[in-house]
Design a protein around this ligand. Structure first.
Ligand code: 26V
Length: 819
């Protein structure tokens, strides 16, 4: 039978299944169903296949008594699910054939109905989601454990130029993707007292919350195997305090219910100031305790006893948020299973591994001893004992080195008073793990030279690098259909499972025909983004201009303000007739500021104020446009990244642990302008210095500058362009209604030390931006370099990262899919 006929039949069968599902599961009549209802039916069709794959995967793993990896993370930034699920299940072509051009909504319109699952803040959460995709695809027996937040990352709107936050009620219409597990629930206890009885202790807690499991099936690509993402929701234990209900006191009953359920209500914005709030610690222990109980139960179903736990499982700690797991496992071993402390401790160290995701000292998590004492008294005793034995070991290895002892102790003694003592969660992770990873080569090096230097002396063999990666299934195949189709035609489809196949693009960089097609795919993506931006903001972007993009969380260290300074300088140059050979540009920003982070919110406001001045200045016309795209999330990233010509990765060297946006942009054919920071360095090493724009002080120079008395004010005074740009900000040029609006921001750069050294890098940045223009004016050269960038992105697949973790960290090399 002809291929096209076969496809027609498959599409008709698929449509029939969707119609049947509409009728029976959505209760909608197929001919009048609305787009949301069709979305729901499509999701149910996929869900049915996912359920089968989940069951088969569990049967297989149980039969093999497979060693499992459990990835513990407070955040999983999943985004939408339907498109990815259809692709993984091999249903996407049928779905497109069934809906596109059939009169009703297109498949794209259906896909775009789905709300984003934004259960994370940024890079750390999205990394966890990419890892799940890779773990499933590489066929690892793997589980993610996290929190089922009722409200994820807040939704952002821009009102009068400023950020306004709205609750993200992503579950309001329910979700087709979760499988509630009514049989899987565990009590999680808090408070009370703990008392030693020799090796073990008795903890009489005062409260218990119930953790209820909800599973999300993560399909692998090119395999029928799946991973499980198990998220916990908090609830009041069903039987208690019926009195309030019975006596008709519903207000009290509701209050009681809330006291339990609030634990899983809302995602904390972990990347502002460390919250240090009791509810956050409750969240951390809640999901850790439920997960550990679940893991052990699972183990005991397959094995008679718990003594071989370390042979059978690996647990990975995604940053310090799940650090209390170390103490919890010790508690379970010793108090619940009667294991000897030393036996328990050596199993514990074999089971856990930990990845650090930031060097920023203010971001390292610590908790007041008094709070842990109050909420988790037994765990505090355990932490003290771990610390006591650890410090004794330090003393054996480096006798009398009290500075070392102080620096590595699990307890920060503060000013010596009882109330100022804090537990250092990273230290708990390090002593309780056999492996500690950084997320890029530079970050891993700095980690052992700075924040963990003491530990690197004690345990040098524990520290390793695992450079981050991203899944090409979402960030290329799904996000960029135009480029994907071109790749499929040119080098085949295999890059989805083996990103190194992109190397076959190398020779095509000098193929004129390919370059034209490559540029056409980019142009299509730019039009797609321009349409969206016009709809959302009213700003018209010309797809023939250079799309210069910086999208990420708004943070001073990421230096959106440096970008802003360049924009103003370019604007001035246009006004002064000094930019005649500049390429027309659209500078695109997006990102959220933590709601309590005043300076980050000011940065958003400034960008919008500048945008309205520049976009409305008739002298500028199409030569410069500035736009802030509201509510940056995974889906908007999927729209923006493929449309970028230039990727802004301009953090102060030594501050961005890795970055993963940098990888997504380059993979989609943008050139990077960036500092020698995080994974930018490795991107440069792979694509070659000629194919990337690197500028500014490197990490070592930053260190020297800071030590040798950096003086931003003199730079401000001596660089006329910079002087002009900063004066415009400070003088109210962009905020004529409120001239002093940005005075504090100006001061932070010019008079209060410019902590992130923007002024030090400004000159080189502007010069480098001018080199970008020069290259953009020779399209053939530009295209050649973008193609070479894509060709060298193979190493930045999260499949590579997960392979390394599986082999070096989790002892799961034997389970990896054979290629
Ligand atoms: C937290 C905080 C809290 C206090 C104020 C400063 C600050 C700065 C950063 C953070 C981030 C916490 C962890 C995190 O999200 N790290 C990100 O992890 C990504 C995945 O490894 C990595 O690509 C990013 O570079 C890193 O910032």
């Amino acid at each position: 039978m002809a291929e096209s006929r076969k496809n027609e039949i498959a599409a008709a069968a698929f449509r029939a299944e969707v119609d049947e599902t509409l009728l029976h599961s959505v209760a909608a009549e197929p001919s009048t169903a609305n787009t949301k209802e069709i979305y729901k039916a499509l999701a149910y069709v996929a869900r049915k296949q996912l359920a089968i794959r989940w069951v088969n995967t569990q049967i297989e793993d149980r039969k093999k008594r497979a060693r499992r990896i459990y990835y513990m993370s407070m955040e999983f930034l999943i985004g939408r699910t339907l498109d990815n699920a259809l692709s993984a299940l091999g249903l996407r072509d049928d779905a497109a054939a069934a809906f596109d051009g059939a009169g009703g909504p297109s498949l794209t319109e259906i896909i775009e109905c789905e709300p984003d699952a934004g259960l994370g803040n940024g890079g750390l959460g999205r990394l966890a989601a990419c890892f799940l995709d890779s773990m499933a695809t590489l066929e690892l027996p793997s589980w993610g454990y996290g929190m089922r937040y009722e409200y994820g990352m807040f939704a952002q709107s821009i009102i009068n130029g400023g950020q306004v936050e709205h609750p993200d009620s992503w579950l309001i219409d329910g979700t087709a993707w979760e499988f509630p597990r009514p049989g899987t629930a565990f009590p999680v206890r808090f408070g009370g007292t703990a008392e030693h009885h020799g090796e073990w202790a008795e903890w009489s807690a005062t409260e218990a919350v119930e953790a209820r499991a909800f599973d999300y099936v993560i399909p692998g690509h090119g395999t029928d195997r799946v991973s499980t993402l198990r998220l916990w929701r908090a609830g009041a234990p069903a039987q208690i305090d019926l009195n309030a209900f019975n006596s008709g006191d519903y207000a009290r009953a509701a209050e009681f219910k809330n006291r339990f359920e609030n634990i899983s209500w809302v995602l904390y914005p972990n990347d502002s100031t460390p919250a240090g709030r009791e509810l956050r610690l409750r969240q951390e222990y809640f999901f850790v305790s439920a997960s550990m109980q679940d893991i052990i139960l699972h183990h005991l179903e397959e094995h008679k006893h718990i003594n071989n736990l370390a042979d059978q499982i690996a647990i990975h700690l995604n940053d310090t948020h799940p650090a209390i797991a170390v103490a919890e496992l010790m508690r379970l071993f010793c108090d619940e299973y009667g294991m000897l402390w030393t036996t328990a401790w050596s199993q514990c160290q074999r089971i856990f591994s930990y990845t650090n995701h930031t060097l920023m000292p203010e971001a390292l998590e610590t908790w007041p001893v008094s709070l842990i004492q109050y909420l988790l008294p037994r765990h505090m005793l355990i932490i003290y004992r771990i610390n006591q034995e650890f410090l004794a070991e330090v003393d054996r290895l480096f006798p009398g080195d009290f500075d070392l002892m102080r620096s590595v102790s699990l307890i920060d003694e503060g000013d010596g008073s009882e109330g100022s003592k804090r537990v250092r969660m990273a230290h708990l992770c390090i002593v309780g793990s056999h492996r500690i990873n950084g997320v890029s080569q530079l970050h891993s090096d700095l980690m052992v030279r700075t924040i963990f230097a003491g530990f690197a002396r004690l345990y040098p063999e524990r520290f390793h690098n695992k450079t981050n990666g991203v899944t090409q299934r979402r960030w290329l195949a799904q996000a960029n259909p135009s480029l994907s189709a071109l790749l499929d035609r040119s080098i085949g489809k295999d890059w989805r499972l083996n990103l190194n196949r992109l190397r076959e693009l190398r020779p095509l960089a000098s193929d004129a025909r390919f370059r034209v097609d490559f540029a056409a795919a980019k142009r299509k993506n730019k039009i797609r983004l321009a349409d969206y931006v016009r709809r959302e903001t009213g700003v018209a972007l010309n797809p023939d201009s250079l799309f210069d993009v910086q999208v990420k969380r708004i943070h001073e260290y990421k230096r959106q303000l440096l970008n802003v300074l360049h924009v103003i300088t370019r604007y001035d140059a246009i006004l002064h007739g000094q930019a005649d050979d500049a390429a027309p540009r659209c500078v695109i920003f997006a990102g959220k500021a933590a709601s309590s982070y005043h300076m980050a919110k000011q940065i958003i406001r400034l960008i919008n104020d500048i945008a309205s001045v520049i976009n409305n200045d008739p002298r500028v016309q199409d030569r410069l446009k500035v736009v802030f795209v509201p509510n940056y999330n995974v889906s908007i990233a999927e729209l923006i990244m493929p449309a970028a010509d230039l990727s802004e990765q301009i953090s102060t060297a030594g501050t961005e642990a890795s970055g993963t946006g940098n990888m997504k942009f380059a993979l989609n054919g943008a050139l990077t302008i960036g500092t020698e920071d995080g994974a930018n360095i490795e991107i440069r090493d792979n694509v070659g210095t000629d194919n990337i724009f690197i500028f500014g002080n490197n990490a070592q120079q930053v260190e020297i500058l800071r030590r040798s008395g950096y003086d931003p004010r003199s730079i401000y005074q001596n660089n006329p362009q910079l002087n002009e740009a900063l004066n415009k900000i400070d003088g109210g040029f962009f905020s004529p209604q409120e001239r002093r609006r940005y005075h504090d921001l100006f001061n932070s750069l010019v008079n209060y030390g410019d902590h992130y050294l923007l002024l030090a890098d400004y000159g080189d940045y502007v010069e480098t931006q001018n080199r970008v223009d020069a290259l953009y004016r020779t399209p053939v050269e530009w295209q050649r370099k973008t193609i070479l960038n894509v060709a060298e992105m193979g190493p930045f697949s999260s499949d590579r990262t997960i392979r390394e973790y599986a082999i070096d960290t989790w002892h799961l090399g034997a389970s990896l899919k054979k290629v």
